[in-house]
Design a protein around this ligand. Sequence first.
Ligand code: ADP
Ligand code: MG
Length: 379
Amino acid sequence: MIEQFRSLYGEDRQPRFYRAPGRVNLIGEHTDYNLGFVLPIALDMACYVACAPSSDGRIHVHSLDRREGFDFDVDLRNAIPRKNWTDYVIGVAQGLARRGVEIRPMNLALHSDVPEGSGLSSSAALEVSSAFAFLDGRDFDKLEIAKLCQQAEIEFVGMPCGIMDQYISVFGRKNRAIEIDCRSLQHRAVPLPENVAILAVNSMVKHELASSAYADRVNECRAAVDQIRRVHPQVASLRDAKVEYLDEAGLTGTLKKRARHIITENERVEQFLVASERGDLAEMGKLFVGSHRSMQFDYEITCEEIDFLVDAALSIDGVFGARMTGGGFGGCTVNLVEPEKAPAFERAIKQAYQARWGVDPPVFRCLPSEGAGQLPGRE
Ligand code: ADP
Ligand code: MG
């Protein structure tokens, strides 16, 4: 990256580097924008941004992965989206500017090893690493960074996402999962049992309708809350609802199913944490499967390839549980596997998927890693 940065910008100075990780969510899917609970881990896959002051008074942003760059005026207060990947970067810079941070003329070059659109949150990794680069060492509240990155994705990119992806990218911890309370925006770092491997399998499916279907789910949850409030006025979000409220409020059909997923999913996060503390891997696996079935039949955000990966995993020896992770309609599954059986699992799941779909699915071990920060400089 140093060499590419130098040749791109005709620089011989050393750029500074900032890193922000992608994530795998263990359990608690679509609960974040319903102000409930999630349990992600930050990955060792991350977005890296190299940066140094520019000499022409402008901001230059280059994606080494896309081999393309764009430049921008430093006055971003009224910038409008260009409808490409730079929106994630510029939306964040605008958010910082609107909070009083001076945006300086800069050259930026980024590279990410978080696969795009695979449910591992390459978007938040890009946003958070960009925020760190624009701040370039200046002190700024970490929670505010997560919040303004989320706001950039909602308002500048146009994706009505929750806070989980940006939050875990900022606050991830090595060897810990992070339970986030998406209402109080507090978190706690929790150790996981040592005798389990967490393996992600990438279906390689990217559904075009994912972002409109995501917005539909956000709206359906809102509509369900409106209806529940007529009977239980204290319910401000589905976080506050109980399963019995659904019939009491006369919810039926789609809205009932959507709300039931969120309510039961929040319960599963808490149950998963209790099981994890006891080291009860069988129970953790059962909760994984319960979460998946709820996404499959109630929230209806899975797809055939993903359901296949889960069902195939559950028939492989040494697997405690499997579920889709991330926003849905493709992306990855996450699997809890006996560590000694992990290599055999990888072979078996690859073979099964290849035979059915003609695609070799990447499999990787998820090792909980640190959240965003500056990389130590080196020459
Ligand atoms: P996910 O966050 O699950 O990976 P999203 O659709 O939310 O999927 O974000 C993917 C988008 O993020 C890409 O379409 C692209 O605009 C942007 N992005 C991610 N990584 C890079 C990269 N290395 N270079 C340029 N843009 C990137
Ligand atoms: Mg994303």
